[in-house]
Ligand binder design. Structure first.
Ligand code: MLT
Length: 209
């Protein structure tokens, strides 16, 4: 078994032609089942690829190690982002799907941002829910107009507003087409997140068709 194929994951077949597949990336303590319902709500009919993070923090799955809350082990972030990229590539071949749009929440959003910066070709775009800057000195990525939606919470105790703004600028500087909105919410998701993500994905799908 190769490193990347060692991810535990769920895959749900899509049933709508032209609907972008989604790569669902859960938050700390979640698993491969967590975001399936969210994925189906924001992009009905899309194929859903949902891996479980392979790092355990006190028994809670995550996508990379951290030294403290909001302080990341960046060497591990880089390594795990590439591992996730390799997983996406092999899962695409196995299931015959196009490059997915990542939908990540919290720790899942942070690894999605790292994947965009480390291996942009792995993703068609990303919805980053409560994301932070994953790498202080990322490689020079060329995101060539890749669509990215960042939804931050105004009262998020984990993600300072300035940090989310830096992530938005970092991805835009690398060439991504970033939409960044800050909602009257905390770290948890709200109905507004679901609505905005759904409308944004529909507009991305409409541009591809
Ligand atoms: C992280 O570790 O990725 C962030 O602090 C978000 C979290 O998982 O709490």
């Amino acid at each position: 078994m190769t490193e990347e194929s060692a991810f535990v994951y769920r895959f749900e077949l899509g049933n709508k032609a032209g609907a972008t597949p989604l790569l669902l990336l859960h938050g700390t303590g979640g698993d491969e089942n967590d975001l399936l319902q969210l994925g189906a709500m924001i992009s009905p009919g899309s194929a859903l690829l949902s891996p479980r993070g392979r790092v355990l923090e006190h028994g809670m799955p995550r996508f990379f190690h951290r030294l403290a809350e909001g302080v990341f082990d960046e060497e591990d972030v880089r390594k795990r982002a590439l591992e996730l990229g390799a997983f996406v590539e092999s899962a695409r071949q196995r299931h015959g799907i196009e490059a997915p749009v990542a939908v990540g929440f919290s720790n899942g959003a942070n690894i999605a941002a790292a994947l965009l910066l480390m291996k942009p070709e792995a993703l068609a775009g990303a919805v980053l829910l409560r994301a932070m800057v994953p790498l202080s000195d990322p490689p020079r990525a060329r995101l060539d107009g890749k669509p990215v939606l960042i939804l931050s919470g105004q009262a998020d105790p984990i993600v300072p507003a300035g940090n989310a703004a830096r992530l938005s600028a970092m991805l835009a500087d690398a060439g991504a087409k970033v939409v960044h909105k800050t909602l009257p919410a905390g770290h948890r998701l709200s109905q507004a997140d679901v609505r905005l993500a759904r409308d944004w994905i529909a507009s991305v799908d409409a541009q591809v068709v």
